[in-house]
Structures are given as structure tokens and as C-alpha cells.
Design a protein around this ligand. Sequence first.
Ligand code: NAD
Length: 278
Amino acid sequence: MSPSQTPPSPPASDPSRPLAGKCALVTGSTSGIGLGVARALAAQGADVVLNGFGPPDAIAKAQDEIRESFGVSTAYSAADMSDEDAIAKMFEMITEGGTRRLDILVNNAGVQHVAPIEAFPPEKWSQILAINLTAAFHTIRLALPSMRTNGYGRIINVASAHGLVASPFKSAYVAAKHGLLGLTKTVALETAEADITCNAICPGYVFTPLVEAQIDGQAKAHGISREAVVRDVLLAQQPNKRFASVDEIGALAAFLCGPLSGSITGAALPVDGGWTAH
Ligand code: NAD
């Protein structure tokens, strides 16, 4: 990770930039929802640390675009969220041994694997639990000291509609996302008096590379077209019959980090077009 050269953040008193001066880490932010959330927080003035995998030039381009569009600083960590030591090193770098602040933590990195439970590869189970659930335990425990010192913190766990309801063939993902909601509630209770909030966003289907891969996989498995997978498999559950957008998720994340959200904690907020209202 290396902080990039940037203009200094404008003062926090600018009402159009309520997160100015705050530092946000968004895991899994080289793509999809995480990148959208990072952009939404930067648009409100937060300096952002990106994390995730991908071609170095694409990651550098994403950082440039965020810096130039929003006048914030950016940094990047390639830490593997399934690796406890790598997560600890990322925090050392972000906080420079506890001397720099971390205000906002968005646990977003996630992976998926779809298979009936009898055929579910045990190594995929372990990987999904590690990235989608255990990583959040590590990042939260490492972020809280800085947040408690500052008397302010916002933690957002990107769970899923699959944190609230199940679908077949997604045993590890559904178990991890349900677990993430339990972790969210526990952290909210432990931090409520410190002006630290912890909430979960529960998206329905959002069109990202993670979903794109499922469309291809299901089309092959069922011998049907991609359009039929979208209509009859994915959006069959989603009453508004459209994908949620990355910008919709980003807007909610930005609100949850802003000045008027301090009483919202321990919540699981669906952005699913009515799916979990069933
Ligand atoms: P995506 O595949 O576009 O992005 C995933 C991100 O996580 C990427 O930046 C990737 O590099 C990163 N990542 C993967 N493994 C990692 C690891 N071991 N260490 C560090 N980074 C890693 O996926 P997305 O759809 O944007 O998903 C983001 C989150 O949203 C996930 O937690 C996912 O479960 C959740 N979600 C997605 C949808 C959807 O429909 N797309 C719906 C509900 C919840």
C-alpha cells in the first residue's frame, strides 16, 4: 500500500462533504459494489483505502479517477482477506502503527460458489467462510481501537438478502452471510455507547462480476439462455424485477456514515427490491 499524492482534504465543516477528513477502508473495492461504495464515500469527502485483487493498471486507474473526481487521497492494499496475517499488516500500514486514524470500515470482500451440499467442495466452504465472515471479525477487532480513541466509527458489513433468507446450492454463502448479521448485531451492542455504529447492508441481486459469473454458470448447468437465467432464476425472487445498482448501495453506505445516522446500529438493511418482504 502506498498513499498517493493528493490535494489536502477540505475542512469537515463543508456540508456537501460531511466525510471530509475521515479515512475509510473498503475491502474488496477493486470491483463491483466495493468500488461503488468507495466512490460514494469519496464523493462525500472521505479519503479511501482500496483493497482487492485485479490488474495493477486497472487499480491504479481506479485510484486516479477517485482522486481526480473527488479531491481526496487514496491508498491501496492487496491484502488477501482470507489471510489473518495479511489483514493485520494492512492495518499496520493504514494506521501507521496506531498513529493515523481509521474512521470507516466497510467489509465488502466476498466470493461465491454454487453447488448442492453433497458436492460442495470443503475447500470452497472454508474459503467462503474465511473471506465473507472471518475477515470481518479480524478487520473489526483491529479497527475498533482507533475508532474508540476518536470517539467515532462507522462499520458497514455488506451482507446479502442471503443473510436473511436462503436459496438452494449456496450453503457456504448463506451460512457466512447469516453469520455476518450475527456479528453485526454483537458489535453494535458492544460499541453503542462510543458513537460507533455497525450495520449490515443486504443487497438483492446487483449486476457485478460476481453475478455475471453465476449467470454463465447457471446457463451452462440448466442449458438455458443468459436472459432466461436472469428472468427465471435470479430476478424471479426480486419483486421489482431489476438488478439493484452499485450506486444505490453506495448511497446507503454514505448515508450510514454520515452525520444523521448515529442512531441506526445493529440493523440489517435490505436493498433487494422487496425480495425479503416475501
Ligand atoms: P465482485 O466480484 O465484483 O467484487 C468482489 C471484490 O472482492 C473484488 O474487489 C475482489 O478482488 C475482492 N476479493 C475477492 N476475494 C478477495 C480476497 N480473498 N481478499 C481481498 N479481496 C478479495 O463482487 P460484488 O458483487 O461486488 O460483491 C461484493 C460484496 O457484495 C460481496 O460480499 C457479495 O457477497 C455482496 N453481495 C453481492 C450481490 C450481488 O448481486 N452482486 C448481492 C448481495 C451481496
